[in-house]
Design a protein around this ligand. Structure first.
Ligand SMILES: CC(C)(COP(=O)(O)OP(=O)(O)OC[C@H]1O[C@@H](n2cnc3c(N)ncnc32)[C@H](O)[C@@H]1OP(=O)(O)O)[C@@H](O)C(=O)NCCC(=O)NCCS
Length: 181
């Protein structure tokens, strides 16, 4: 297995459509709080609008030969954009707004490695490259990751990388993780 990494343009996001849908199915399979909320989550409803709404996007993929086996998607967004993130619900505090210094925040928004490629260090490479990109914005001090309930493996992964639990939202559907630069 010889893995190589490529940063792709936001015009090429269809490259990761299948993996994005696999990520949604994975998260649904782990969730015990409102797993049905994932029914409407897909590449079209999550990734595509998120890329469109963000101020900056960074998508890095891992390939084994020609096959895309993983990706990480990060973005810079206004902290206010998330307030309307779930149309059926009241606005939610995705961020502890008062503690966020500037108007913009950096998020590692989606992260997925195909099952048979996990545990081989690929996620760590994608994570570090994504963090390097996020940290390159001097004005941004706050980084966030949202982990859906039941995904304890991901939670542990991020905590090992220096993120801490900030708070829970949507009745525990999502745990918000935060790291300050
Ligand atoms: C989370 C994920 C991206 C990590 O990628 P990966 O390539 O498996 O991670 P690495 O091989 O770089 O592992 C790095 C470390 O994290 C640990 N780790 C990775 N996944 C873990 C898990 N599910 N549970 C516990 N520890 C885990 C590894 O053991 C390793 O520890 P070490 O450095 O002490 O050896 C990957 O497992 C994945 O895609 N999971 C399914 C989708 C998912 O949960 N995405 C996150 C959504 S928020």
């Amino acid at each position: 297995m010889k893995i190589h990494y490529e940063v792709i343009s936001q015009n090429d996001i269809s490259t990761i459509k299948n993996l994005c849908n696999e990520l949604m199915a994975y998260q649904q399979s782990k969730a015990h709080i409102h797993p049905e909320w994932f029914d409407n989550m897909s590449f079209e409803t999550r990734l595509a609008p998120s890329v469109k709404g963000a101020k900056e996007n960074f998508i890095i993929i891992a390939k084994d030969g020609d096959v895309v086996v993983g990706y990480a998607y990060s973005n810079i967004t206004s902290k206010y954009i998330y307030s309307g993130g779930f149309a059926t619900l009241d606005p939610v505090d995705f961020f502890d707004f008062d503690s966020v210094e500037g108007e913009d925040v950096g998020c590692l928004s989606q992260f997925y490695i195909k099952d048979e490629y996990r545990g081989a260090g690929i996620g760590s490479v994608l994570f570090e490259r994504s963090m390097d990109w996020l940290k390159s914005f001097n004005s941004i001090k706050d980084f966030f990751i949202f982990v859906s309930n039941g995904n304890d493996g991901a939670l542990k992964f991020y905590q090992n990388k220096g993120f801490s639990v900030s708070h829970q939202i949507l009745d525990g559907f999502i745990t918000v993780l935060k790291k300050i630069k």
